[in-house]
Design a protein around this ligand. Structure first.
Ligand code: FMN
Length: 219
């Protein structure tokens, strides 16, 4: 397969899992609404706790919206890094890089969650568990979306910026105050192929626990 066909061709879902890479630079070509809706439909097929589907998606594909979002996240990035005492030149370079990545992406999908339909508990332990289930469900939807993008021959990248300034993102985009921004996904036709990043070997991340016979007999 040539490099060109490799970065533009569509994948089956099976090959999409192996081929997906975070893509951060895109060709300046719009993505049509039906394509975006296919990705969102794939996202919403994900499993969710109690099937409450807490995921919410704000689609930003106009220049003004991208500017507003990039300005809001950039302001917070600058504030946070200034408070950290970082080098002002490095901060401005970081803010400019983030701004370019957002404004040059053909589409930004801001992924939020709404806990309004989740179960309610009187204690903090179960409230935290329920909140985490909403986060887990939303993350599963995003993985579906990334694989669907790969299947469409598109590139995408998750960015965590909204998690660091959720209120600013809600305000900038005029979202419902019940939507809690978690991340965003930039989306477009790849400007170049993604880099393959190493994965930890299975033995580092997998345990095969054996039943502890001593603990059994102690009980
Ligand atoms: C929750 C989450 C947050 C991420 N945030 C960022 C980000 O802010 N900026 C970025 O360039 N990549 C971000 N990424 C992409 C990761 O850097 C990328 O997935 C990782 O390096 C592995 O590369 P791959 O996706 O190409 O396999 C994020 C990924 C996840 C899952």
């Amino acid at each position: 397969m040539t490099q060109k066909s490799n970065i533009t061709s569509k994948a089956t879902l099976g090959t999409a899992i192996g081929r997906r890479r975070s893509i951060r630079r895109y060709l300046p070509r719009p993505i049509s609404r039906p394509v975006i809706e296919r990705l969102l439909l794939a996202a919403t097929q994900a499993p969710s706790a109690h099937n409450r589907q807490p995921w919410r998606f704000a689609i930003v594909d106009d220049a003004a919206g991208k500017q507003t979002l990039a300005a809001a996240t950039g302001r917070r990035l600058r504030q946070d890094r200034t408070a950290d005492g970082d080098d002002p030149l490095a901060i401005e370079a970081d803010v400019a890089r983030s701004h370019a990545r957002l404004t040059e992406a053909p589409v930004i999908i801001v992924v939020c969650l709404d806990t309004g339909d989740m179960d309610r508990y009187p204690d903090a332990r179960r409230r935290q568990a329920e909140f985490l289930m909403a986060v887990q469900s939303t993350a599963m939807a995003v993985q579906n979306l990334l694989l669907a993008a790969e299947r469409e021959g598109l590139g995408a990248c998750v960015m965590c910026a909204p998690l660091f300034c959720p209120d600013a993102v809600v305000d900038a985009l005029g979202l419902s105050s019940t939507w809690q921004p978690q991340m965003l996904v930039t989306l477009g036709r790849r400007a170049k192929a993604g880099k393959s990043r190493p994965r930890l070997p299975l033995e580092t991340v997998v345990a095969w626990p054996r039943r502890n016979a001593d603990a059994d007999s102690a009980g």
